[in-house]
Design a protein around this ligand. Structure first.
Ligand SMILES: [Zn+2]
Length: 290
């Protein structure tokens, strides 16, 4: 019961929901970079929120979240695509920080959500960092950008992250008051679960505990897993953006080779001077540098 996301609806209430739990993917990503437990907290929240957004937005493509600040979080990037492939990286100012303080860590920073469909235009939205917690900032963003009351709660434990998303359905037939009342009802109940419950029990049991009187339907699970989209071909394309002479000189200055390390998964790709020369020749032949 981990690394799953599920939608849920209520038979008689105009509210939609999503619930997510991450374990293995969260551990894999944190272990690649040996982040401390304190740093894992924000990265975990961002991973869960990104996977939730990818499922809510329902596009064929990728959703990413990027936070940059002059404070503790120099850079935080998390991505999830429609296949549930997730990855993330964080560059902290102090890797040994011992106390998580969202506001202090992100002071003066910017948080952007980017939606990149495989077909069509890229969209970017900016999330205000005024609120005290990561989930409240996103909650605020959804509420104002979609004009729909939204609730987002993220629970981070050592082993697991759980996220609950609730959103009022758009008003129709002047049922505005009903929608607001229904939303308040489900969020008030959501607030009654403890961190321990959220981080230990299954989605089914959690929703049953909260909403057994509200005819809740939990839909099929979709799995989330860590998968990095880096590849030798992508690295080759990146290298080909450098002038051929410069590239060869760069290799000469580094023991006859260029090493590229993926920022997300730390995988290393080595290109020898000979391989670089071949790469340049092949691309000059096809004229496919761009
Ligand atoms: Zn990678």
């Amino acid at each position: 019961m981990s690394d799953l996301i599920q939608r849920f609806t209520f038979a008689d209430l105009p509210v939609r929901g999503e619930i997510i739990s991450l374990e293995h993917s969260f551990h894999t990503i944190c272990d690649q970079h040996q982040y401390s437990h304190t740093l894992r907290h924000l990265l975990g929240e961002a991973l869960a929120a990104t996977a939730l957004m990818a499922d809510i937005i329902k596009i064929e493509g990728k959703v990413s979240l990027q936070l940059q600040s002059p404070s503790q979080v120099k850079l935080l990037v998390t991505e999830c695509n429609n296949n549930g492939h997730i990855r993330g990286v964080m560059h902290p100012l102090d890797p040994d920080v011992t106390h998580y303080n969202f506001k202090g860590w992100t002071e003066g920073g910017t948080l952007a959500i980017t939606i990149e469909p495989e077909q069509g235009h890229r969209y970017q939205g900016i999330v205000s960092l005024e609120k005290d917690s990561f989930s409240e900032c996103l909650e605020d963003y959804f509420t104002s950008s979609e004009q729909l009351p939204t609730y987002l709660k993220l629970y981070v434990g050592k082993e697991r992250i759980t996220g609950i998303f609730l959103q009022a359905m758009p008003d129709s037939d002047n049922q505005g008051q009903d929608n607001k009342t229904a939303f308040e009802h489900v969020t008030t109940l959501a607030e009654t679960i403890t961190d321990e419950e959220a981080l230990t029990i299954s989605h089914h049991d959690l929703l049953f505990r909260l909403y057994h009187q509200d005819k809740v339907t939990l839909y099929d699970e979709k799995s989330i897993k860590f998968q990095c989209s880096c590849s030798r071909e992508r690295n080759e394309r990146a290298l080909l953006t450098i002038e051929p002479q410069e590239l060869i000189q760069l290799a000469e200055e580094h023991n006859g080779q260029i090493e590229l390390v993926c920022d997300f998964c730390s995988k290393k790709e080595v290109f020898t001077q000979q391989q670089l020369a071949e790469l340049i020749t092949t691309n000059q032949g096809t004229g496919a540098i761009n």
